[in-house]
Write a protein that binds this ligand. Structure first.
Ligand code: LIP
Length: 274
């Protein structure tokens, strides 16, 4: 329908910042664990649900032909071929505990909300605590608070600060701990900050050198992956796969290739329990 990448990016930014303001406006005593999802350490707060409703309502007005996939269960079909992939609060555990690093993540992709088949067109990650807002459009570059992200030099693997995250299931975590034991002695240090979307934006701006995580969902990945790749980083999977549920690895230069080899050798993509 003639919509431009710049227009989609502006809408992603408007949606993410509006949703972020809604999250910020609530006081911490309003945080309640509304339900749990995959396991009893995976909380869904009432705020996650309310913010997803806000995003879906605004998209229904502004982009009624587009599909929507949201973390909290919205799966709205569309006719335009575009899909909005939204996470109302990425970093829910941090939000719940009042720890920094949670964000609203909004992206729009051409095709289905499937990292193997989509093309990410535009995305925005709004850090609710700091207000910092990263956005990117395909072929347009990435910005933080409207300022283009500068080129980042790549560090050698042994001096890389690595971000990662863990799944919620115990069997997955046991496997992730084994991989962590292979990675930790070979890098500068590891951070588990708690929001994959923010981690990818930190990597985009050079605040992390490498990032890897198993089991990311489309809404954790889409906006941050575009910010990182438009900032000049590479976002890849293992063994030639697209980044996504099996593994997402991001970084720059030879260190990224060495890190991918390390993760492949550590069988970081092996089935849980293998
Ligand atoms: C979370 C992530 C976190 C990751 C978890 C989870 P949620 O998203 O961004 O960094 O390690 O697996 O997916 O559940 O807070 O939206």
């Amino acid at each position: 329908d003639g919509v431009s990448i710049a227009g989609l990016r502006a809408l992603a930014l408007s949606l993410a910042t509006e949703a972020g303001a809604a999250v910020r406006a609530r006081r911490p005593e309003h945080v309640t664990v509304a339900a749990t999802k995959s396991s009893d350490v995976d909380p869904v707060t009432a705020m996650d649900r309310a913010v997803e409703e806000l995003l879906v309502a605004r998209l229904a007005t502004e982009r009624p032909q587009d599909a929507i996939l949201g973390e909290e269960g919205d799966d709205v079909p569309g006719t335009s071929g575009l899909t909005w992939v939204v996470d109302p609060i990425d970093g829910t555990v941090n939000y719940l505990y009042g720890v920094s690093s949670f964000a609203v993540s909004v992206a729009v992709v051409a095709g289905p909300a499937d990292p193997e088949r989509w093309t990410i067109l535009a995305g925005c990650v709004h850090d609710v605590v700091t207000g910092r807002t990263w956005s990117a459009g395909l072929g347009e570059g990435a910005t933080a608070d409207g300022v283009p992200l500068p080129a980042v030099e790549h560090a050698p693997l042994g001096r890389s600060l690595v971000g990662t995250g863990f799944g919620y299931a115990a069997s997955r975590r046991a496997a992730q701990a084994r991989v962590l034991a292979e990675v930790l002695p070979r890098v500068r240090d590891i951070r588990r900050l708690g929001s994959a979307a923010i981690d990818l934006c930190l990597l985009a701006q050079g605040s992390l050198d490498l990032y890897y995580e198993r089991g990311l969902n489309p809404w954790d990945l889409a906006a941050g992956a575009l910010v990182a790749s438009e900032a000049g980083a590479r976002v890849v999977g293992l063994r030639g796969h697209a980044p996504g549920a099996t593994m997402t690895v991001a970084g720059r230069g030879p260190a990224l290739d060495q890190f991918v080899s390390l993760l492949e050798a550590a069988q970081a993509d092996a089935p849980d329990g293998a």
